[in-house]
Design a protein. Sequence first.
Length: 120
Amino acid sequence: MDYKKGYKYQLQKDEIFVLGEAFRFPNPRETPLINLTDGVLHVKKYYAWDGASGPTKDTKNSMRASLGHDALAQLMREGLISPSLWRAADSEFYKWLKEDGMSSFRMWFWIRGLKSVKGA
């Protein structure tokens, strides 16, 4: 049997995110399925991620944010961008939740969850 354990979702088409100034670099940052060039995060088809972490439910208005945040976290883990960008990544996460229509009440809990994971 051939399978991968640990991921719930696999992207079926490319997703593009326009990021803030903190993510503008002179040279591209790339993995086989992620490209970050001049503030544009391109997550390619077949990228796998596990949705939101923690005791929460994945919903339509959280999927894009969890995808983008996981891709940025992977770039940090692989040393392609500085871990000092965690706060900026969290801000992007919040922005995506808001753009996708999550209620302010629920967003507050998600952001609190991110801060507690990082010990902020």
